[in-house]
Design a protein around this ligand. Structure first.
Ligand SMILES: Nc1nc2c(ncn2[C@@H]2O[C@H](COP(=O)(O)OP(=O)(O)OP(=O)(O)O)[C@@H](O)[C@H]2O)c(=O)[nH]1
Length: 317
């Protein structure tokens, strides 16, 4: 089929340049000078019936070719084809469908207005008008990325890379709701380093920071991917362990204490040792919020401190 639109049969008073040109030639000039792709394809066969100069410059010749061959270089109709959205159930045209997508051939982003129209021979065909929105899309994507980074940063403890207090509440709340809904076990471990002030006073604040980083790594390496490890602030850490019974949590915590006691932190040629006190609790009937568990875990933690530090206590009611 020949490209072009001379057969649109527009009336002479169609509001197009009149002097020295036909309406069809004027319309052709308008379409070929548009800063947008305009094409028409057959609904059934996908054969391209028309493409303006903008489209042909980018995607080439359309003679005897289908839209998916010219515009996407694919082996068959595109999975994202919108043809089915352009006609109502009774077969009449729907209002234009407007959407955005990235073209596989030139990698540009386009805003597309797709519409079913009557072609010159009376059949309904697909008309698409697509404008290049790549620059706007790039800005949008950069903003989105910056937003995601800011969101991630807002949930991360800057010193250790663990979750921060805010993330602990946010993700912990989700784990709590899940555990309550499925009646599955959930345990919480609170940990507070012992005599950490002495580490700072003896070795300096930098050394204290390094100790916090290495201890954070030790905790993170001991837990499962589904567990939450957070630095709540200062030298206080918390773990939330889904699908973990009290017995399993005690075993894990005692192992952590052992490893912590064995850990030798090297900083500027000096060896630093650390220890911690722990408090463990589990989800019990009646718990509504994360704070309910935190209060009990804290009680157990302070018992560990009172009893001389470097130990594990539990509180289940
Ligand atoms: N280096 C470093 N030190 C911190 C940080 N946050 C809190 N600290 C220190 O942690 C110490 C906490 O001291 P305390 O609350 O007295 O507790 P502690 O010395 O660990 O004693 P107990 O908890 O009673 O065993 C203080 O010296 C804080 O300055 C941090 O981000 N970096």
């Amino acid at each position: 089929m020949k490209s072009g639109i001379p057969s649109l049969n527009l009336p002479a008073d169609a509001g197009l340049p009149a002097s020295g040109t036909t309406p069809a030639a004027g319309l052709q000039a308008v379409l070929d000078n548009l800063d947008a792709l305009v094409y028409v394809s057959d609904f059934q066969t996908h054969e391209l019936l028309y493409m303006n100069a903008y489209g042909r410059r980018t995607w080439g010749n359309i003679e005897g070719r289908k839209c998916w061959q010219v515009l996407q270089d694919s082996d068959g109709p595109c999975s994202f084809c919108t043809n089915h959205l352009l006609l109502a159930e009774d077969g009449t045209p729907n209002p234009p469908h407007v959407w955005e997508f990235q073209n596989q051939l030139d990698n540009h982003w386009y805003q597309c207005r797709d519409q079913a129209i009557r072609w010159t021979d009376g059949r309904l065909v697909r008309l698409e008008i697509a404008t290049d929105i790549t620059r706007r899309k790039q800005v949008e994507l950069e903003l989105q990325e910056a937003h995601q980074q800011a969101q991630a940063a807002a949930l991360e403890d800057e010193l250790t890379g663990l979750h921060n207090r805010r993330a602990f509440y946010e993700f912990g709340g989700q784990l709590l709701r899940h555990a309550k809904r499925h009646a599955s076990p959930l345990t919480m471990v609170m940990m507070d380093l012992d005599y950490f002030k002495q580490v700072n006073d003896t070795y300096g604040h930098d050394a204290g920071d390094e100790a916090l980083r290495q201890i954070a790594r030790l905790l993170q390496n001991r837990v499962r991917e589904s567990d939450i490890v957070a630095r709540l602030g200062g030298e206080e850490f918390a773990l939330l362990l889904p699908d973990t019974t009290m017995g399993e949590a005690i075993e894990l915590t005692e192992r952590m204490l052992e490893m912590l006691n064995e850990l030798v932190i090297q900083h500027k040629g000096r060896s630093i040792r650390a220890s911690a006190s722990f408090g463990i609790t589990r989800l019990i009937v009646g718990d509504q919020t994360l704070e309910d568990l935190m209060h009990r875990a804290d009680r157990a933690l302070y018992q560990s401190k009172d009893q001389g530090r470097g130990r594990v206590n539990t509180c289940s009611d």
